[in-house]
Design a protein. Structure first.
Length: 250
């Protein structure tokens, strides 16, 4: 049976677990995206119709035909790539389904990867209704389609912890503005929150060592003031709160 989770070990020696998105959630997302594309095509046709006979597709204006082809091509091929770049691996359909495209290493999909995986969408769609993509996805251990194999990407569920579920000992008032939160990345937040979520399941000594290692790493990286002598786990909670407060993670 194919694995349902993807486990990635970070440089901080924390294992990040992602739930791999199955064909059901991916096709649900695709349905929403195709519906949006269809509505976009209708809007294009309506706009061209309102431009008058000289601007209609049947008219003599070659520029109109060229404009129509360009717009259709942009919607057909640019829709997925543009949204996945702008929305960090999500399209409206993926956001609705709660899934996201990431790199196999766990980082955000790059611009190149978003473009590459979607250029192959035409092959995945052959001979219709995404038959090739569905077949490849069903036999793939990680539910990948051809575009994912070429780009080195994978689609996972995008489930984030509840705001208060990972905070045991700190409050918003403890966030210290002297910490350089701008040096944090979304990946840093993910590492911290993964530990905070899993800490109760860890052996006590493993939990203490891991918290110490993470706290030391981020104290140095973020320039945490020496006078901020928070206990290791509390500091990690403060960092997660501060990063969220500064609206640097979506």
């Amino acid at each position: 049976m194919f694995p349902e989770k993807l486990t990635i070990d970070t440089p901080e020696q924390i294992s990040l677990e992602y739930e791999i998105a199955g064909p059901g959630s991916r096709f649900m997302a695709l349905f929403v995206d195709l519906l949006i594309q269809f509505l976009a095509f209708l809007v294009i046709l309506i706009i061209l119709a309102f431009l008058g006979p000289s601007a209609s597709i049947r008219g003599s204006g070659a520029w109109t035909v060229a404009l129509y082809i360009f717009l259709v091509f942009s919607v057909q091929w640019g829709y997925f790539a543009v949204f996945e770049i702008a929305w960090k691996g999500q399209t409206p359909g993926k956001r609705q389904a709660g899934i996201r495209v990431i790199n196999e290493s766990g980082r955000e999909a790059s611009v190149y990867e978003a473009v590459a995986r979607n250029l192959l969408r035409g092959i995945d769609a052959l001979p219709g209704v995404y038959a090739v993509g569905a077949i490849v996805m069903f036999i793939s251990p990680q539910n990948k389609r051809i575009g994912d194999y070429v780009a080195g990407t994978i689609v996972v569920h995008d489930r984030k912890p509840e705001d208060d579920a990972i905070f045991f000992n700190t409050g918003e008032q403890e966030v210290n503005d002297s910490i350089n939160f701008s040096a944090m990345s979304a990946k840093d937040l993910e590492v911290i929150e993964t530990f905070l979520q899993r800490r109760l399941d860890l052996d006590y000594f493993v939990r203490q060592r891991t918290a110490q290692k993470l706290a030391e790493h981020f104290r140095q990286k973020l320039g945490v003031p020496s006078e901020l002598n928070s206990e290791n786990e509390n500091l990690l909670e403060i960092l997660a709160r501060g990063f969220r407060k500064n609206a640097r993670f979506r």
